[in-house]
Design a protein around this ligand. Structure first.
Ligand SMILES: *[C@@H]1O[C@H](CO)[C@@H](O)[C@H](O)[C@H]1NC(C)=O
Ligand SMILES: *[C@@H]1O[C@H](CO)[C@@H](O)[C@H](O)[C@H]1NC(C)=O
Ligand SMILES: *[C@@H]1O[C@H](CO)[C@@H](O)[C@H](O)[C@H]1NC(C)=O
Length: 529
């Protein structure tokens, strides 16, 4: 089945290249034809199949039905005259949804099954999935299949799709420390992630620049660490809203509190947390990473991460661990004395490991799993076998693929981000380089490859705020999204370019300020408000 289906989907890809449906990302198996059915908005509904385990009252589906109805039919740029029924095409007046296991009130997880099949033929207009998450992916695909004739009638072609993601972790990182992103920017981004079938929002909440996460255990953190403690913070209510908004779109929220480096904004709110740097024999008045030699540091971390573990319900937390600058630790005489006592010699990586191991023990005692940046692995920190390592260092492909090889050889799961730093921009169509990366292009056994759970596009915030976030993200992050969803053999740049160009126009129609891929135009670009 897989073999012949794949053949077919590739063959079809070639055939459709000239007039491809704006499907993005491309499904695993698809068969379409030119026969088509009319859809009349006033007459059309999403319906639960009678034997579906999910029924009306299933929040994930009910809200998705409403969203997709709006997306399909109520764009203000589409004010169709009452359609005439003179078309020869038969009508479809419902999409029937059958979900095998409801889980309407659950959260998506790394293990969630997102498979679905979509059947549109003379007898059926049918979406089948095991879970509500699969149904969400299928609804998105359905919305991309509907097209409109110049006269204003909606149609959908006879289509058979069997679809599932290549990788279970398809993420996007937003950095809300370098610049504060208003809640609406985050929620809007979650919408577009769902259009791209991305399923993990990696929320890099805090960093050196500011501390916008409003902690109820340590309110001084935002009072002294946020850009503006009244306006530039995420309250408990905001965080809840993000998590629920994401859940309704089948998106996990992976919260990152990066330590021991990248923590300058924590300092003012928690006196004694950061290492005092020395200039000669005197404190210089500046501070470095978290002070790893004090019991009070770990007491603070225990309390803080207890809060974080309960606020963010995902099984995984991201604990950072990147780019620890040893200069300040080296300058501090108390740290030097501690190093001697521990027998670390001059190896500050051992001190870093000491810190991270203690932190990991704290967090795993709260029943959480964790993701860390690659340095934690590179510095030989002893971590639990189920740790996920995120590869980010922007070296050549040879380097980051070697790193993927090393991590998986050591038996750890890996996430790839190194080639997908979307904050970097260059002149020209850089989406194609992003697109051509394959996360499994390293030497390794099938067991090693199976440890690659996906990847993440990263949007670091030094030069990005709500004014330029959307155009810088979209449609470029879509290139990552397709790489992580579609079959590994879907690599034709021509085919991708045509579809991504149309998908970008569709994003404009949906109100997303997605930037152009090249010269050209969209039919609806000037009709947006
Ligand atoms: C859908 O049907 C129309 C009308 O027959 C045809 O022009 C178009 O190419 C079809 N699209 C796909 C993706 O098959
Ligand atoms: C989802 O699809 C994949 C690929 O065909 C398959 O291996 C897996 O068994 C499917 N899962 C379910 C629950 O259908
Ligand atoms: C820190 O805690 C350890 C273990 O509980 C204890 O042995 C040590 O004396 C404490 N150090 C200080 C400075 O309180």
């Amino acid at each position: 089945m897989a073999g012949s289906g794949l053949w077919f989907s590739l063959l079809l890809a070639a055939v459709l290249a000239g007039r491809a449906a704006a499907l993005w990302p491309w499904p695993q198996y698809i068969q379409t034809s030119e026969s088509h059915y009319a859809i009349f908005p006033h007459n059309f509904q999403f319906q639960y199949h009678v034997s579906s385990a999910a029924q009306p009252g299933c929040s994930v589906l009910d809200e998705a039905f409403q969203r997709y109805r709006d997306i399909l039919f109520s764009s203000h740029s589409w004010q169709p005259p009452e359609p005439t029924r003179k078309h020869h095409a038969p009508e479809k007046n419902s999409l029937i949804i059958l979900v095998v296991i409801p889980g309407c009130n659950q959260l998506p997880s790394l293990e969630s099954v997102e498979n679905y099949t979509l059947t549109i033929n003379d007898d059926h207009c049918f979406l089948l999935s095991e879970t509500v998450w699969g149904a969400l992916r299928g609804l998105e695909t359905f919305s991309q299949l509907v097209w409109r004739s110049p006269e204003g009638t909606f149609f959908i072609n006879k289509t058979e799709i069997e679809d599932f993601p290549r990788f279970p972790h398809r993420g996007l990182l937003l950095d809300t420390s370098r610049h504060y992103l208003p809640l609406t920017s985050i929620l809007d981004t979650l919408d577009v992630m769902a259009y791209n079938k991305l399923n993990v929002f990696h929320w890099h909440l805090v960093d050196d620049s500011s501390f916008p996460y409003d902690s109820f255990t340590f309110p001084e953190l935002t009072r002294k660490g946020a850009y503006n403690p009244a306006t530039h913070i995420y309250t408990a209510q905001d965080v809840k809203e993000v998590i629920e908004y994401a859940r309704l779109r089948g998106i996990r929220v992976l919260a990152e509190f990066d330590t021991p480096g990248h923590t300058l904004s924590w300092g003012p709110g928690v006196p004694g947390l950061l290492t005092p740097c020395y200039s000669g024999s005197h404190p210089s008045g500046t501070f470095g990473p978290v002070n790893p030699i004090l019991n009070s540091t770990y007491e603070f971390m225990s309390t803080f991460f207890l809060e974080v573990s309960s606020v963010f319900p995902d099984f995984y937390l991201h604990l950072g661990g990147d780019e620890v600058d040893f200069t300040c630790w080296k300058s501090n005489p108390d740290i030097q004395a501690f190093m001697k006592k521990q027998g670390f010699g001059n190896d500050f990586k051992q001190l870093e490991s000491f810190y991270i191991q203690t932190l990991l023990n704290i967090v795993s005692a709260y029943g959480k799993g964790y993701v860390v940046w690659q340095e934690v692995f590179d510095n030989n920190v002893k971590v639990r076998p189920d740790t996920v390592i995120q590869v980010w260092r922007e070296e050549t492909p040879v380097h980051y693929m070697k790193e993927m090889e090393r991590i998986t050889k050591a038996g750890f799961r890996a996430l790839l981000s190194a080639p997908w730093y979307l904050n970097h921009i260059t002149y020209g169509p850089d989406w194609s380089e992003i697109y051509m990366v394959d996360p499994l292009e390293f030497k390794g056994s099938p067991q090693q490859k199976a440890l690659v759970i996906g990847g993440e596009a990263c949007m670091w915030g030094e030069y990005v705020d709500s004014t330029n976030l959307a155009p810088r993200l979209w449609p470029r992050a879509g290139a990552v999204a397709e790489r992580l969803w579609s079959n590994e053999l879907v690599t034709s740049l021509d085919f991708a370019f045509k579809r991504l160009t149309r998908f970008r126009c569709e994003l404009l129609r949906r109100g997303v300020q997605a930037q152009p891929l090249n010269v050209g135009y969209c039919e609806q670009e000037f009709e947006q408000t």
